[in-house]
Design a protein around this ligand. Sequence first.
Ligand code: NAD
Length: 449
Amino acid sequence: MLTVINPATEEPLAELEQAGVEETDAAVARAKEAFPAWKAVGPSDRARLLRRLATLVEEHGEELARIESRNVGKPISGARAEVGMVAQVFHFYAGAIDKHYGESIPVDGGVDVTFREPLGVVGLIVPWNFPLNISSWKLGPSLACGNTVVLKPAELTPMSALRLAELVLEAGIPEGVVNVLVGKGSVVGTRLVQHPDVAKIGFTGSTEVGRTVMGGAAATIKRVTLELGGKSANVVFADADLEQAAAAAPYAVFDNAGQDCCARSRILVERSAYDRFAELLIEATRGVKVGDPEDDATEMGPLISAAQRETVSSFVEGDPLFRGVAPDGAGFWFPCTLVEASNDDRIARDEVFGPVAALIPFADEADAIRLANDTPYGLSGSIWTRNGARALRVARAVEAGVLSVNSNSSVRVSTPFGGMKQSGFGRELGMHALEGYSEVKNVFLSTEG
Ligand code: NAD
């Protein structure tokens, strides 16, 4: 049995049966059986079903947000916004179904057309930091393209996916199209990766496990999309609006208690503005409201687990530049922490996945780009400057898949999201995600004779 815990209180939320290899095989078989009929559903009907699911998510928005907040320990205001995005994702992919065109290509002697074919059964493996959101990013395009799915939420946070599976059926999506399995990554995840009837794995998680998934997928030449870790830079030039950049910076690291693959956890600041920016950043960080996730005003909750808190603690040695406050007692609390560092320090190399940010000075534009790229990761990042040409120059030079200028917001339903380098490959969200859940088929029709 799996005991699911509320990380803010350490109280159990549920006791769940865990699937093993046998249950995984049975779920894949159900998805395989459901595939031909789901593939045959006409685009307008499939769109109607996805739209109904989006509406049900909206109607159950508060309930889903509460489930997510209690299971992940995330502030209720953030959980509401995330559930809002889940509904938008299903609305978007409902609308995308009849816009995912094939082509007609000029050829000699006939007509050549391409079709976007579904892959079949896809395995979706998601982490614990944004359980419902990331599930929807994969489910939306998978279903829109006509695939059937087996979704494996993280062991720590299965609650919202289980509720979503009920809403999927209520929306009228046939049995077997979406199968949710609660179970261990090493058992259910591994089996999905190995299973010959699974055509693709959509994986979000750590780079370490992503590497194993990619290796395992080779045996059956499975397609993979890998959304992995990050160590993103928030680059602040001296000519930026420093007040605005400093006011926004804490939320780019401490949102979701730093358990965010896009966390801008390396704050690179031009040396001439460093002292002023550090002062402003400390003040802004002091203002982050840490506490009960169920309180509407809370901005940061606890970490997901005791193990995660231990890992995060190991990154803070000695006296940091700033340490905020966090509740005592039950719950896996950790305060917002700012550390002065060089880009070679462990805090600047490894993903912390907690509310600890490294403040690092740079000399000039070339140095900023060098430092931003001096990491095996390449997921996200920000550039703060009033010089538009510089903003574009640096954005083109930084090796990351998703960047923002004078903003830390880089995730939108309609725009592509994903990494470069060891942050993975493939794109989620927007029309781009449909490429990862379909195959191009080319058909030539002779018009001769
Ligand atoms: P994790 O890699 O430990 O687990 C992710 C998922 O993989 C879980 O469902 C887990 O059960 C499963 N899993 C574990 N071992 C497996 C195996 N051998 N085969 C198949 N599946 C297996 O990651 P986590 O700790 O849940 O999440 C945190 C990590 O996720 C961080 O590194 C973070 O950066 C990353 N992340 C990336 C993105 C992104 O879009 N790039 C988004 C969120 C989180």
